[in-house]
Design a protein around this ligand. Structure first.
Ligand code: SF4
Length: 69
């Protein structure tokens, strides 16, 4: 799982202006830039069939967090 610095670098490489964006927002912007669904943080109950997803681990954590909020 990429750390925050790596995520920012990934975003920059895809032409995303990453200033003032939070981690989840940034990851979704990267997903869109790659032509994917911006589904980060939506896998509630750890359900997602994208086994190879780079964000999987954090996505599950974030999804639970959003559910509680
Ligand atoms: S784990 Fe699934 S829902 Fe979460 S970002 Fe990856 S593909 Fe999207």
């Amino acid at each position: 799982m990429p750390n925050m610095k790596e995520i920012r670098t990934m975003a920059q490489q895809r032409g995303i202006r990453s200033t003032r964006m939070g981690k989840a927002e940034l990851i979704r912007a990267i997903q869109r830039a790659e032509g994917n669904y911006d589904c980060y943080g939506t896998a509630t109950e750890e359900e997602c069939d994208q086994e190879e997803c780079l964000w999987r681990e954090d996505c599950f954590r974030e999804s639970v967090a959003e559910e509680i909020r």
